[in-house]
Write a protein that binds this ligand. Structure first.
Ligand code: BG6
Length: 480
């Protein structure tokens, strides 16, 4: 492992993302010993004028509570130094560089190499200028090695053209191995398990194809609306917010071929191939919805047609998947909070048990809540009669891995950034291919060519979405 001084610089330190996700993730890494206080300093940077203690107090409220944690929390907060400045003028960044360098000098008596990780917890509109400032004033200057890395998060643009523009602006300043594009779904435990499940189990190898699989659903549901962020959300909508990134990344891992090795580049090469094999989306395979009450938010325009729900079918034109619908479904203000992958198998040919009445085999990976992997299968109903019933082989994490803490996605991804492992980050060509799939549809939605159907908050979404699922060949199963 690399040693030497590590500076983690959180830009946008007083904002929501930093407080809710970045600092708590850093705290958890600190508690588990991944950030050693003799090596690490954390810098917060934003426009608001604050003292170190004022920033620390703001962060404290978002860290885990509990008597046994009090000392760890205070020790962690002591590592944080605040610098305020604007995002487009040199002075603040020069001051930030000075603060980082002082820390490096004080910690680097023996080692010398210095590592600088810039976490942009900022709106993407300021990424180019902030990257320019970092490049001009804040790069690692140690002769003894080390690195400078940049972490950014979506939305990476609004469509193919704007995303490509943003990529080129950042790409002129930093090389691809320095840029870590977070899609936090790639940090989730069960998303990371997909590679192992698929390629380390003999069961799945021969079954995972168009001959056996009828359809695949990748579903995201939230049981709350866009409360407090309607103004932001309205410019993006559910396809840009969830489907084009999180669900599409999951689709890649479900559908890709076996990579040559576990090297990040090999894995990402296979993901890109899947994206490039997706054919244009058909109008009749899209249903959009907007929950009633969404427009009551004063920051949302009264005539908004922005979808808060969408079901979109993607079709992958290759030897493995031709003819298998991949149904991506996401919605806000629905009846439950859940994210899962549901692989439905075809009916048993020459069925002698009338199994179809019971439903089909399904392989389900529940990403959240209550992580689980289960298989729905048909078994004999226990008893004297010869009847069949649907049951499950069930690996529920809570039961099977009692007491094991599942790390938060951000924790894992920040640690990967420190280690220099880009496997769970989105490469530039992946991002481009993902936008290529959705841009034509998004443009048409923006031009008002698709109407978002109203649905009741707390419902399953528009009934038209269930009808689309049926048309795509999904068979509702019973039991579990
Ligand atoms: C974010 C979206 O990327 O993911 C939010 O912008 C959404 O709208 C969130 O609520 C969901 O993340 P998770 O980890 O709770 O499923």
């Amino acid at each position: 492992p690399e040693t030497g001084c590590l500076s983690i610089i959180v830009l946008g330190a007083s904002g929501d993302l930093a407080k809710k996700k970045t600092f708590p993730a850093l705290f958890n890494l600190y508690r588990q010993g991944f950030l050693q206080s003799n090596e690490v300093h954390i810098f917060g940077y934003s426009r608001t004028k604050l003292s170190n203690d004022e920033l620390r107090d703001r962060i404290r409220g978002f860290l885990p509570q509990g008597k046994e944690l009090t000392n760890d929390v205070s020790d962690f907060l002591q590592l944080i130094i605040y610098v305020s400045g604007s995002y487009d003028a040199p002075e603040g960044f020069q001051e930030l560089d000075k603060a980082i360098s002082e820390h490096e000098v004080s910690k680097n008596s023996t080692e010398g190499s210095s590592r600088r990780l810039f976490y942009l917890a900022l709106p993407p509109s300021v990424y180019p200028q902030v990257c320019k400032m970092i490049k001009s004033y804040c790069m690692n200057k140690s002769d003894l090695g080390g690195w400078t890395r940049i972490v950014v998060e979506k939305p990476f643009g609004k469509d193919l053209a704007s995303a490509e523009e943003l990529s080129s602006q950042i790409g002129e300043l930093f090389d691809e191995p320095q840029i870590y594009r977070i899609d936090h779904y790639l940090g989730k435990e069960l998303v990371q398990n997909l590679l192992v499940l698929r390629f380390a189990n003999r069961f799945f190898l021969p079954l995972w194809n168009r001959d056996n699989i009828a359809n695949v659903q990748i579903v995201f549901r939230e049981d709350f609306g866009t409360e407090g962020r309607g103004g932001y959300f309205d410019q993006y909508g559910i396809i840009r917010d969830i489907i084009q990134n999180h669900l599409l990344q999951v689709l890649c891992l479900v559908a890709m071929e076996k990579p040559v090795s576990l090297k990040p580049e090999h894995i990402r090469d296979e993901k890109v191939k899947v994206l490039q094999s997706v054919v244009p989306i058909k109008d009749e395979e899209v249903v959009l919805g907007q929950y009633q009450g969404y427009k009551d938010d004063p920051t949302v325009p009264n005539d908004s047609n922005t979808p808060t729900f969408a079901t979109v079918i993607l079709r992958i034109h290759n030897e493995r998947w031709e003819g298998v619908p991949f149904i991506l479904k996401a919605g806000k203000a629905l009846n439950s909070r859940k994210a899962e992958i549901r692989v439905q198998f075809k009916d048993v040919p020459g069925d002698i048990f009338k199994c179809q009445k019971q439903g089909r085999n399904e392989f389900v990976i529940r990403l959240q809540p209550s992580e689980a992997i289960y298989m729905k299968l048909t078994v004999k109903q226990p008893g004297l009669e010869m009847s069949v019933v649907q049951s499950e082989l069930d690996l529920s994490y809570r039961q099977r891995y009692q007491g094991v803490v599942i790390p938060e996605a951000y924790e894992r991804l920040i640690l990967d950034t420190i280690k220099g492992d880009q496997q769970h980050f989105v490469r530039r060509d992946e991002l481009k291919a993902a936008w290529e799939i959705f841009t034509p549809l998004l443009h048409r939605i923006d031009q008002g060519e698709f109407k978002s159907l109203p649905y009741k908050p707390g419902s399953r979404g528009p009934v038209e979405a269930d009808e689309l699922l049926e048309r795509a060949g999904y068979v509702q199963t019973h039991g579990y």
